[in-house]
Design a protein around this ligand. Structure first.
Ligand SMILES: Cc1cc2nc3c(=O)[nH]c(=O)nc-3n(C[C@H](O)[C@H](O)[C@H](O)COP(=O)(O)OP(=O)(O)OC[C@H]3O[C@@H](n4cnc5c(N)ncnc54)[C@H](O)[C@@H]3O)c2cc1C
Length: 437
């Protein structure tokens, strides 16, 4: 039996070699603290930012289009990606609404709907949002009174028609849950808000700017950003195929199949609920819920539609909620798609059945028109989107405060039980390392 004296010891043990774990290790190295080890259960680095290359197609686990708000972070990454072409692309995204093409976001482009549907949307929007002094005494009560769940927020800010024609069916397909259970800010800054003025102004002068009006993408796929981060990690600093199987909070020892590791602090990008199970932290499991997303990456024999990067599908009859077009980033000559389908966390995923429906639905919506499939890949991302509820927010904050006091830091999209981008992961990792004494 391994004694404590013989046991491997590190100052900082990092769980997971995805974007967050690698950014943490890179930040430690930058401040010349090499007393760390990244342990990764998988046989490759990258987490959800892995890239698959097949028959000349380049795909990620799910389409990762990158939006940087911090020029210094983008510059730091690019500095380590010399020789890699990185395209900056003006995003073109649409909604397939009953086979009409509407610019995204739906709520700002209701004037593109057939006239009767436009009138429904505008009427309901007006009574949901118009200033009280314009509405008069007979108007319904103020919308903000019911603004506390994601679903209530959608109704109160946009009115029944916009909510029920797009925002609710689309998000129900994605999150695979009752939207009334989600917090009103479940999508944070990723939700395209628009007020009455924005919406009416957009009818004359289009301005569909959003957090991701442009995006960047490296020719080698998302993994190139991962490699850039990994290049700043100390030699031997990443140990693959080393899952953490248990964490003893008293002795600060993590168990792996390759031996126990003692640590002073532990930074974990593992999903929060899994960390709690590994460390045997008592909690109510029902607090933390999520969806999983089945992704099909599909390569076809010839080009499809041009000038489109994403199409959103609110139609419940269509299997997928979104399709992304890789071939229109680098303008390659064969249709290259990723197709996303949301499932509840406990749902059984029938990949073969879903594949058949996806191929039929792609023809039905006109994305493929007799195209021949020449390469494919699929993956289930589980978890994909965590369900941010008022309870998950308060319980995550409470338990995390206790863990931090013991040197355990849950981080990243899943450790933080949040909705974020890879840039957010890098910012968080750097701030955490800067806070270490
Ligand atoms: C469908 C979808 C689309 C997205 N699109 C974009 C986008 O366009 N742009 C963007 O910026 N972001 C996007 N994201 C978000 C982005 O993928 C994440 O922010 C990022 O990959 C999270 O990195 P992470 O390191 O925090 O977590 P992960 O990538 O999940 O990495 C965690 C790592 O920990 C490892 N691990 C877990 N448990 C253990 C254990 N017990 N022991 C050892 N290792 C363990 C896992 O194997 C994994 O490698 C998207 C996410 C999804 C789901």
């Amino acid at each position: 039996m391994l004694t404590l004296a013989a046991m491997e010891k590190v100052r900082t043990l990092v769980v997971g070699a995805g974007i967050t774990g690698l950014a943490t290790a890179a930040a430690l190295s930058e401040r010349e603290d090499d007393d760390y080890l990244v342990v990764e259960g998988d046989r490759e680095i990258g987490g959800y930012c892995k890239t698959i290359k097949k028959e000349g197609f380049v795909w990620d686990y799910s389409g990762h289009f990158f939006h940087f708000k911090h020029p210094h972070i983008e510059a730091w990454l690019r500095e380590r990606m010399r020789g890699q072409e990185i395209r900056k692309v003006e995003k073109k995204s649409f909604i397939d609404y009953k086979r009409h093409r509407i610019d995204f976001p739906f709520q700002k482009n209701i004037h593109q709907l057939p006239q009767d549907e436009f009138v429904d949307c505008l009427y309901d929007l007006y009574f949901a949002r118009a200033p009280r002094e314009l509405l008069g005494p007979a108007a319904p009560p103020p919308a903000e009174a019911t603004d506390d769940s994601f679903e209530a927020m959608l109704y109160s800010r946009f009115g029944r028609s916009i909510a029920e024609k797009f925002l609710i069916p689309y998000n129900e397909k994605l999150y695979a849950t009752d939207l009334a259970s989600l917090d009103k800010d479940a999508m944070g800054r990723f939700f395209p808000h628009a007020n009455l003025t924005d919406i009416v102004r957009n009818m004359k002068v289009a301005n569909n700017a959003s957090y991701n009006a442009t995006f960047t993408y490296p020719e080698g796929g998302a993994i190139e950003y991962v490699k850039a981060l990994a290049s700043a990690v100390r030699e031997g600093g990443i140990r693959l195929e080393t899952p953490i199987l248990g964490i003893d909070l008293e002795t600060k020892v993590a168990k792996t199949p390759k031996g126990d590791i003692a640590f002073e602090r532990l930074v974990s990008s593992a999903p929060f609920n899994k960390l709690l199970a590994l460390a045997r932290v008592p909690h109510d499991e029902s607090t933390f819920s999520w969806n999983k997303v089945l992704v099909f990456n599909l390569g076809f024999d010839r080009k499809g539609q041009r000038d489109v990067h994403w199409i959103y599908y609110p139609d419940r009859e269509i299997t997928f909620y979104r399709v992304g077009f890789y071939d229109n980033i680098f303008d390659t000559d064969r249709l290259s798609l990723y197709v996303e389908i949301g499932y509840a966390k406990d749902a059984v995923v029938d990949v073969a059945g879903a594949r058949a429906r996806v191929l039929a639905d792609l023809e039905r919506v006109g994305v493929t028109q007799g195209h021949r499939l020449v390469a494919e890949h699929s993956v289930v991302m589980d978890p994909a989107y965590v369900h941010i509820t008022q309870r998950s927010l308060s319980e995550h904050a409470r338990i995390t405060a206790n863990l931090r006091a013991r040197g355990i830091h849950p981080v990243g999209r899943y450790g933080g039980w949040t909705y974020c981008s890879i840039e957010d992961n890098i910012v968080e990792a750097r701030e955490l390392v800067a806070s270490f004494s």
